[in-house]
Write a protein that binds this ligand. Structure first.
Ligand code: ATP
Ligand code: MG
Length: 157
């Protein structure tokens, strides 16, 4: 199945803006021509998980930047950058473990089960994609999904 990822991103952004309730700025740069050979329901949840996290872990007045583009090697990249609370270096490798949440006390107040990134990672692996996480505590995070060229379907629109 050829999945119009840009449409999934647009609807995830609408959800994200609803959760934000106008407290965050959203910046987007999305190439509608890039589609992916994959499973729509799975890609939809991976795409929206990262946006939901960005909203949830970014305080009021923060900025969330979402991009969908081809890199120089022809891989399709989805990046979600936030100016939120960030993640300490030692916690980054554990984020995709089931039920792992960085700060139990803080997490209790923000809700969530700690499954989002574990599910996302699983979906990513099934699509031969990679998840890259860069973060600095108190500065913000970038979560990037990279799909191999072999999965990219370019459409003219
Ligand atoms: P769920 O997604 O199941 O509702 P969750 O958001 O806690 O719950 P994950 O999405 O798996 O679970 O994220 C795991 C943990 O990683 C979070 O609890 C949070 O501590 C940290 N985290 C995830 N995304 C971000 C982010 N953008 N900025 C800072 N911390 C993050
Ligand atoms: Mg989550």
């Amino acid at each position: 199945e050829t999945v119009q990822v840009s449409q999934l991103i647009e609807s995830a952004l609408k959800q994200g803006e609803a959760i934000s309730g106008g407290q965050h700025s959203f910046v987007t740069d999305i190439d509608p021509r890039i589609a992916i050979q994959g499973m729509e329901t799975e890609l939809s949840s991976a795409v929206s998980n990262l946006i939901t996290n960005a909203v949830r872990y970014t305080p009021k007045d923060g900025t969330i930047t979402v991009r969908w583009y081809l890199n120089d090697s022809g891989e399709a990249c989805y990046s979600v950058q936030d100016t939120g609370i960030g993640i300490a270096a030692q916690d980054i490798p554990r984020l995709t473990e089931r039920f792992y949440r960085v700060d139990k006390g803080r997490s209790r107040s923000t809700g969530g089960t700690g499954l989002g990134l574990a599910i996302t990672k699983h979906i990513i692996v099934r699509h031969n994609a990679e998840l890259q996480i860069q973060s600095r505590l108190g500065v913000g995070s970038v979560f990037m999904l990279r799909f191999p060229k072999s999965r990219v379907r370019l459409q003219d629109c």
